[in-house]
Design a protein. Sequence first.
Length: 119
Amino acid sequence: MDEFFDNWTVQVKKGVLELCILNALAADECYGYDLAKTLVETHGLGVTEGTVYPLLSRLRVAGLITSRLEESPSGPARKYYSLTKEGRKTMETMNEYIGELNHSVERLKRKGARHDSLD
């Protein structure tokens, strides 16, 4: 079961990491390193910094986020990311979908628990 569960969690995470990035950018733009750090430190995501940057690139190419460089007085220029109008719409749709999906899973779980108590 451990191998099956480990593979399953990897697949689930792949499906929600982009949404996590969009949600993290919902309030305001964010410096790439800070965004990656936030995601890495979020319990349960199990994401590495090396995973975040390719996802940011993919979301940018898809037109869901934009990036801009800002000169830094203490080193190289920093890249900041923010949601586009399309990105915000997509994030809202994805959040609605994940909410409905979670609701359905919970409903099925309760239904299964009722059957278990009848056995």
